[in-house]
Design a protein around this ligand. Structure first.
Ligand code: URA
Length: 244
């Protein structure tokens, strides 16, 4: 992504970048450097996380079997119209599991989640947290694109959910970030609006879960930029407070 667009995204999210006194260039975070984005004081989470425990695998599952099962899936009405399934990408032993809604046209073509415009902002959100796409695992609630990128149907969400649970059980992340309303509502089994779900530490199968605004929504509603950054800060703070 070009630097001007990247800075525009960060600015849109209300994330301030720090400049070295003597340098005219912006400092970007690298793997071993403290994040250079300003972190405002945190509000305490509204709910306490439940005690941590690793999810238990109830079946003799493995990653390649799971990939194969997703690739060949015909459980709902989405399979005839997909170009390919979008399983997820990143580090399969990651501490961070990011879960979005569903592939759209670009993801359906490329087979990779979060690669459209919203995906570029998603990558910038990662970078603002000093994370890279290679360090996390990212996937969606749905592994196939709904035609014309319509909202997912309940049956599609239900049929696909087992794949996500298996991914979660195999990855064993320390923290989950639900990206947007559809992912949050499905993972938390609720119809509460996103405004009620963010700002709280939830759990999914005993893993702490934070709800954040979807980058596609943020591209349309820049007034939420501060709130979006607060969500990311809550995720970071929750992660930092976990036993390591
Ligand atoms: N692309 C994805 O992979 N997921 C989303 O939720 C939106 C766009």
């Amino acid at each position: 992504m070009n630097e001007t667009l990247r800075l525009h995204y960060l600015e849109a999210m209300g994330i301030e970048s720090w400049y070295s006194k003597n340098a005219s260039k912006i400092e970007t975070p690298t793997e071993n450097r403290t994040p250079c984005h300003q972190v405002a004081p945190m509000q305490p989470p509204l709910a306490k996380p439940e005690p941590l425990a690793q999810p238990i695998l109830t079946i003799n599952d493995n990653w390649s079997q799971l990939e194969q099962d997703v690739r060949s899936c015909q459980k709902c009405e989405l399979y005839p119209t997909r170009k390919q399934t979008v399983f997820g990408t990143g580090n399969i032993t990651a501490d961070w599991l990011f879960i979005g809604e569903a592939p759209n046209e670009t993801e359906d073509l490329q087979g990779i989640p979060f690669v459209d415009n919203a995906g570029l902002l998603f990558t910038e959100m990662m970078r603002a947290m000093n994370l890279t796409r290679d360090e996390i695992f990212m996937t969606n609630i749905l592994k196939c694109r709904p035609p014309n990128s319509r909202d997912p149907h309940v049956n599609e969400l239900n049929q696909c959910h087992d794949y996500l649970k298996r991914q979660h059980a195999l990855i064993k992340p320390k923290i989950i970030v639900a990206v947007g309303r559809v992912a949050a509502q499905k993972l938390l089994k609720t119809h509460e609006p996103l405004s009620k779900l963010r700002g709280v530490v939830h759990t999914f199968d005993q893993t702490p879960l934070i709800v954040v605004y979807h980058p596609a929504y943020l591209l349309r509603s820049l007034s939420q930029k501060r709130a979006a950054w607060q969500d990311l800060q809550l995720a970071l703070k929750t992660y930092q407070q976990l036993p390591h």
